[in-house]
Design a protein around this ligand. Structure first.
Ligand code: TYD
Ligand code: MG
Length: 459
């Protein structure tokens, strides 16, 4: 029998190595390499000497076809019935696909899946495998959340071999594994949660899913210290990976696709965690705009673009004289490097020096802004706080700032202005390249070409 091969896998980025080393050469993280022992063939791994055992993750036997001959009609989607979830998946779960739901423990992964599947089970057969919670706990939660409990099949099991045995009999359309980190595969000796177990169990289950056309939903915890092999080590073998995230103690949860073979990855779904479970937030603009009617300095609203829709969010800045020698720069929900760049532009092209000031900037509501379109608004918030001059509550601003102090246009300018007008904003400061050709009802558009021009609006 072949000897088990030992490899080392980075739990942060999934890179493979033959020898242990302190730092991962790919992602440069330290101490993330964990031992990975491949299953001895023929127990779990495909073996070339037995051709009929050889099937990749896709589970299909090799056959050559012209690309145009491949049947396209097979991939039907099952809508989850939860609009925000469907939006992130690109319209629903694709038959035969493997989907990974990642997130920190307590993010709400089990809750989201239970809510979704209790409803989907009315039309499709669903097997929910719970390896972490007991059946009672799951049933009690379903009862408390007032979910229909008649159709969902539930199994408490952690051996992937037994799970696939049960699944072969039951033939569910959707198989949920909560979570992959407590599963164990035959012929692997290491503890559940280790890289070897997680990979091998996931490979076992995906192979089953692909061969039978079952939708496989894997739950994967993300842990900071890397004590459990995280979703990263699985990303290559699954079709879609979505992350459920919460920021701080905020009750809002965002769902985002990290990888999706069947849709776009830039969609954002927004949920609120209430005592009645996760509720969709259909109009995220209204929750991230957490404003009192009173004007206060340092607060500016911008329109960011998330996937296919605009979203209004508010920046709050606080600029205050630095008490200690080294001024502090703190950005929450925004990249600190971007903040430093903004301040350098403000100094050079706006003639405003902040080197002796502490600068704090926060995105209200716990969302993260990655878009450069938020540059102008963040800088206006900083300036408004520095000068202690409130910006009128019915203004919005967006635009990217260039290093030469120019305000650059951003995609979907007109839609952003329309969204602001819809929420009652009266004035928009936008890059000249985004000035709409026709006037938009209810909102005055001020087009600027440089930072200096934008700053004049504050006088
Ligand atoms: P859970 O779905 O168990 O998280 P995960 O499976 O990602 O680890 O969610 C647990 C958290 O959600 C828990 O801290 C309590 C909270 N919660 C509510 O606030 N309201 C609810 O109705 C439910 C079911 C959970
Ligand atoms: Mg859970």
């Amino acid at each position: 029998m072949a000897k088990a091969k030992v490899q080392f896998v980075c739990t942060s980025c999934g890179a493979d190595y033959t020898k242990w080393q302190g730092q991962c050469g790919e992602c440069k993280e330290w101490n993330t390499l964990k031992e990975f022992r491949e299953a001895k063939s023929p127990a779990g791994r495909p073996d070339f000497s037995q051709p009929d055992r050889f099937a990749g993750y896709a589970g299909a036997k090799a056959s050559v076809q012209a690309l145009s001959d491949v049947d396209l009609n097979e991939q039907s989607r099952l809508a989850t019935g939860i609009g925000e979830f469907d939006r992130v998946l690109g319209g629903g779960m694709v038959a035969g696909s493997a989907i990974l739901i990642g997130g920190h423990p307590g993010a709400g992964k089990s809750t989201l899946l239970l809510q979704t599947l209790c409803h989907m089970a009315k039309q499709h057969s669903v097997l929910y495998v719970t390896g972490e919670e007991s059946m009672q706990q799951v049933a009690m939660r379903a009862q408390r959340l007032n979910l229909p409990r008649d159709d969902l099949k539930i199994l408490s099991e952690t051996s992937v071999e037994s799970i696939t045995e049960v699944a072969k009999d039951l033939q569910p359309k959707i198989l949920v594994i909560d979570s992959i980190q407590v599963m164990h595969a035959p012929a692997i000796e290491s503890a559940p949660g280790s890289v070897s177990q997680v990979r091998e169990s996931a490979a076992w289950l995906t192979r089953y899913a692909k061969q039978t056309g079952t939708i496989l939903v894997l739950v994967g915890h993300v842990t900071k210290d890397g004590s459990l092999a995280g979703p990263k080590v699985l990303e290559h073998m699954i079709d879609a990976s979505v992350m459920l995230e919460s920021s701080g103690d905020s009750r809002f949860r965002t769902l985002r696709a990290i990888k999706n073979r069947f849709g776009a990855v830039n969609e954002l779904g927004v949920f609120a965690m209430l005592d009645t479970g996760l509720k969709e937030v259909k109009n995220p603009s209204s929750i991230f705009l957490n404003r009192s009617a009173q004007q206060s300095s340092g607060s500016v609203v911008t329109v960011v673009w998330e996937g296919t829709r605009p979203m209004l969010i508010e920046f709050q800045a606080l600029v205050d004289g630095a008490t200690m020698g080294h001024p502090r720069r703190v950005a929450v929900g925004l990249d600190t490097n971007r903040l430093n760049m903004m301040l350098a532009i403000l100094n050079r092209h706006g003639g405003i020096f902040t080197g002796d000031q502490d600068v704090f900037i926060n995105v209200v509501g716990g969302v993260r802004v990655n878009e450069t379109a938020a540059d102008l608004a963040s800088l206006l918030a900083i300036l408004s706080s520095l000068k202690d001059k409130p910006i009128s509550a019915d203004w919005v601003a967006f635009g990217e700032l260039g290093l030469n102090g120019e305000v650059r246009p951003v995609p979907n300018g007109q839609e952003r202005i329309i969204e602001a007008a819809k929420h009652g904003f009266k004035r928009a400061i936008v890059p000249i390249g985004n000035k709409p050709k026709k006037t938009i009802d209810g909102i005055q558009v001020i087009a600027v070409t440089t930072l200096a021009e934008a700053l004049q609006q504050l006088r």
